[in-house]
Design a protein around this ligand. Structure first.
Ligand SMILES: Nc1ncnc2c1ncn2[C@@H]1O[C@H](COP(=O)(O)OP(=O)(O)OP(=O)(O)O)[C@@H](O)[C@H]1O
Ligand SMILES: [Mg+2]
Length: 353
């Protein structure tokens, strides 16, 4: 290119030296020798300063751009800290290009992190599914083989083993059903069937169904004393029933023995705030974000003992997301847990006719 930093410095230096020397001749009547001397001095010093300034500002930026591109070429998307903090306003095109490249590298790094996370999530999920499926299949297989190996002749053993095999297969069925529900909710295959219904009445029915489960642990199921005795919401009745059942069953299973489970409804303008509270051992903060993940159980062995596969809260989360709302959890170890969510307020209708 014709205009390199040396030629620019030379031309600018020449123009500055001529103008300044002529001005000196006019203002202080400089002699010819003085004129030559001042011209040379101004010319040389401005050439040098302009050359250094151009090199410093332009080449420094270009060098950084070059290093960034080298890093990207080697698939290293880590941006130097200095560049990440370089946020000041500028119109310098070189700095702008450098920022664009840094932005690109940052986005690439985020994409790669996301892909890595998805990959490890997929691997974990596959391992979890196989493990969860394996357990009931192995158990049922064991009982059937024992029967085939001769135990079938003992009527009492036959009935007991067949009962156990049937239980394992029922568990397997629940697991597969839950997995299908989650994947259908995830891909949006299940459409919510919205209707106006009384969530209080629905919860009374759920309490009735769970009476035996609660009785076994001595748990009391109650409504919050100031909750209205009728509360209409606009939602999918069957799915919200599933959400409340999951939350109440969890509160019974993981709450303390002879504990208290309280369901409350608070009507606020256009929404109804629903919460399920227990007075059990609570959930430590480090688990709170993860309990909605598929198969996540806090104490794998203890939850397993209680018959859980860790899919209940994942289903709750998906159902509420399909209602354009979210589930919240607040808990302190030793002080119980509250799960809550908001629903759209419904119109009061006569459900019997
Ligand atoms: N009210 C609660 N108090 C304490 N821990 C809880 C509570 N609710 C859930 N958890 C913890 O969160 C985990 C995940 O709950 P989730 O309902 O998803 O699975 P699960 O109850 O183990 O199995 P599933 O609901 O599929 O039968 C549970 O295993 C339990 O450790
Ligand atoms: Mg559960």
């Amino acid at each position: 290119m014709f205009f390199n930093s040396r030629i620019i410095a030379f031309l600018l230096g020449f123009i500055i030296a001529i103008i300044s020397s002529v001005l000196l001749v006019i203002t202080i009547n400089l002699s010819f020798n003085g004129f030559i001397f001042s011209f040379l001095l101004i010319f040389l010093s401005s050439c040098l300063l302009i050359f250094l300034a151009l090199n410093f500002f332009v080449f420094k930026e270009i060098n950084e751009i070059y290093l960034l591109l080298e890093k990207i070429k080697k698939k290293d998307y880590q941006i130097p800290k200095k560049l990440q903090e370089d946020e000041g306003e500028t119109s310098n095109p070189l700095i702008l290009i450098k920022r664009e490249i840094a932005d690109f590298a940052k986005k690439k790094e985020q994409e790669i992190d996301e892909l890595k996370k998805l990959e490890s999530f997929r691997r974990e999920f596959l391992a979890d599914v196989s493990h969860e499926l394996k357990t009931p299949i192995f158990a049922a297989q064991g009982f059937v083989h024992t029967l085939l190996d001769g135990a079938i002749d003992d009527l009492e053993v036959r009935d007991r083993f067949l009962g156990k095999a049937a239980n394992s297969l029922d568990g397997l069925n629940v697991l597969v059903e839950d997995l299908i529900t989650i994947s259908q909710l995830e891909i949006g295959e299940i459409k919510m069937n919205y209707q106006h219904f009384d969530i209080y009445k629905l919860t009374v029915e759920i309490f009735d169904q769970l009476e035996d489960t609660a009785l076994k642990r001595g748990t009391k199921l109650r409504f919050y004393k100031y909750s209205p005795k009728s509360c209409y919401v606009y939602a999918d009745k069957m799915r919200i029933g599933q959400v409340i059942t999951n939350l109440v069953v969890n509160a019974i299973k993981y709450g303390k023995e002879k504990g208290l489970v309280t369901v409350s409804f608070v009507i606020e303008n256009e929404s109804v705030f629903v919460s399920v509270k227990d007075d059990g051992p609570g959930i430590e903060a480090k688990h709170l974000n993860r309990i909605f993940e598929r198969f996540y159980r806090i104490e794998k062995s203890r939850s397993k003992e209680k018959g859980g596969t860790g899919l209940g809260l994942a289903i709750v989360k998906h159902i509420l997301e399909a209602h354009d709302t979210k589930v919240f959890v607040s808990s302190k170890a030793g002080e119980g847990t509250i799960f809550s969510f908001k629903l759209k307020k419904g119109k009061v209708i006569n459900e019997n006719g």
